[in-house]
Structure formats: C-alpha cells, structure tokens
Ligand binder design. Structure first.
Ligand SMILES: [Fe+2]
Length: 308
C-alpha cells in the first residue's frame, strides 16, 4: 500500500526506509527551498526578458521559447547558488551531509497542451527513474517554482509499485546516453527521436495520484515509483525543480527499493556529489554498477548534464 505522509514526525533515515517501500512524503517549504524557487524565478524572468514565464508561450514562437529555455535551464543547473541551496535544503530536512550524495537540480517546464513537450521540455511518459540507470537507493525530490494546480502537475501511478510494467529499459545505458542523445535536447521541438525507456504495454493511467503543494513544498519519492508528466490542460506553464539524493551507506549495503522490471545498464551515480564537500561518489561504488567496458567513462560527467 502507498501512503502519502505530510511532514511526518520521522527521522530522515526512517523516512528513507519508508520511501524504499513505496511511501510518498510531502515536506513543507523550508527557507532554503523557498530561496531556490525564488532563484529559479529570477533566472526565468531574466531569460524571458520581462515576460511572465508562465504565460510566455502565448506570445513567443515556440522556437524562440525553446531557445530561451536552452539558456536558462543549464544556467540554473550549473549555477553555484543552486548547488549551494541544495545542500542547505538537505541539511534543513535532516540529512547527514557526510553520507548524503546529491545530483544537480533540474529546472523543468510543462507548457500548456502541445505547445512544447519535447526536447528541452520533455513531457515524461509513465516511467520509473530506475529504468534510466538510477540506483535503487535513489530518492527523488520535486518542488514547484510557482503556484500550480492538479491540471499541470505530475502524476504517480501507485498501483504499479509492485506490479511490473513491460518496458524497453533493456536498451538503455546511462553512460551511452550521456555521450550522445542528451547533448542535443534543445534541437527537439516538434518531436523527440531520442530513444528513452518506455512502457511496452498499456499503462492504466487511473487511478493516479497527484499532489498539489505550496511553492517550495517538497515531494519525496523513490526512483522506483512509476510517475509521469500530467498533460497540461491549463493555460499556465508549470515550472518545477527536481533533483535526487542517495545515502552512500545504503548504496554500499544494497539497501533500496525493489527491482521489479528495470533492465537497463550503467549507472547514474556518476552524477552524485557528497553534500558535505561536493566530492564525487567513490570510484569503487560506481565501477561496481557500470556495465562491462565502461570504466573509462566513470567521472567528469557532471558538467555534461544539460536540460533533459
Ligand atoms: Fe522521473
């Protein structure tokens, strides 16, 4: 059974263990999460040259819009202020920064209807992050940058927590993806030919679960949770921030969510940096999770992360 727990009176370790079992947690905004959202809004307003970023699709040609996002999103991802605030938020929410590794925060957008839902603003079909080489100890963090509503949110498909979905993750290798398709997200405007892990059977979209929380509120869930982008039926673009964390002791000891249907190879662990001092994940842990022959591609991929 999946439960949503709002500001539970649990330690971070207790929360994490329950997240591995399919629980979803919602935390109230923290000073750091509010600052991170304010920073994202600042970059968006700058990027859109004074237009309201949530309404810019009404006036801008889609190519121009994609061009702007192709500047703003990587700027946010790699900005030292974003990285600093991630560590602040992790500490504020009870994480031990010596054992908690964080990846970089992505700024996502979901524009209304079919305006732009590929490439730089990819609208995610139902997927588990573990189909994309995420470690099973991965915790996903999601927070809204502006007020939003159910009609432009994200959806969970909790009945699939312990029900496998036939999918194409067997064709996915994270190291290969970083070398190639990820690099040209902004070129995909009308369609997206980059092969991503997808369901190979009909996914029952109902019942689905959508959570609406205040700006800077934090939704925490396992990377093994099936989730998707809700087709935006409102007139307003949703902007959100997401990132991931892993506890290194859990990675070492193999703790994490179960694997019921992921067959990808490689590992996204190359993206994680230790909260305390931003040192990378130790090589031996990465190598353990790499596909054979990929040793030389282990490190240095952080700067390659574009907006996907
Ligand atoms: Fe995801």
């Amino acid at each position: 059974m999946n439960t949503i727990q709002i500001d539970p009176g649990l330690t971070e370790e207790q929360r994490r263990k329950q997240i591995y079992k399919g629980q979803i947690m919602v935390l109230s905004p923290t000073p750091g999460s509010l600052q991170l959202c304010a920073f994202a809004r600042e970059l968006l307003v700058q990027g859109f040259g004074g237009l309201d970023p949530q309404k810019a699709h009404e006036t801008l040609p889609v190519e121009k819009y994609a061009e702007i996002l192709a500047v703003v999103k990587p700027k946010f991802i790699h900005h030292p202020e974003s990285k600093r605030l991630l560590r602040v938020i992790a500490a504020e929410t009870g994480h031990d920064l010596a054992n908690t590794y964080l990846d970089t925060p992505r700024l996502r957008s979901a524009a209304p209807h079919d305006y732009l839902r590929f490439g730089i603003a990819y609208a995610f079909h139902p997927h588990r992050d573990t189909w994309y080489s995420a470690p099973f100890a991965q915790v996903n963090w999601w927070m809204p940058v502006y007020e939003f509503e159910s009609g432009n949110s994200m959806a969970f498909h909790p009945r699939y927590w312990d029900k496998p979905v036939r999918n194409s993750s067997r064709n996915y290798n994270y190291q290969d993806w970083n070398e190639g398709p990820r690099q040209n997200a902004a070129a995909h405007i009308k369609s997206d030919t980059r092969e991503q892990p997808k369901p190979e059977e009909e996914v029952e979209m109902e019942p689905q679960l959508r959570i609406v929380c205040p700006v800077g509120g934090i939704i925490l869930f396992s990377g093994a949770q099936l989730h998707s982008t809700v087709p935006n039926a409102t007139g307003t673009t949703r902007f959100s921030i997401d990132f991931r964390s892993v506890n290194i002791e859990d990675v070492r000891s193999g703790r994490g969510a179960h694997n019921i249907d992921s067959q990808c190879s490689g590992t996204a662990m190359v993206d994680y940096m230790r909260g305390l001092d931003m040192t990378p994940m130790p090589d031996e842990l990465i190598i353990k999770h790499l596909a054979p022959g990929y040793k030389e591609k282990t490190l240095g991929t952080q700067e390659k992360i574009k907006a996907t």
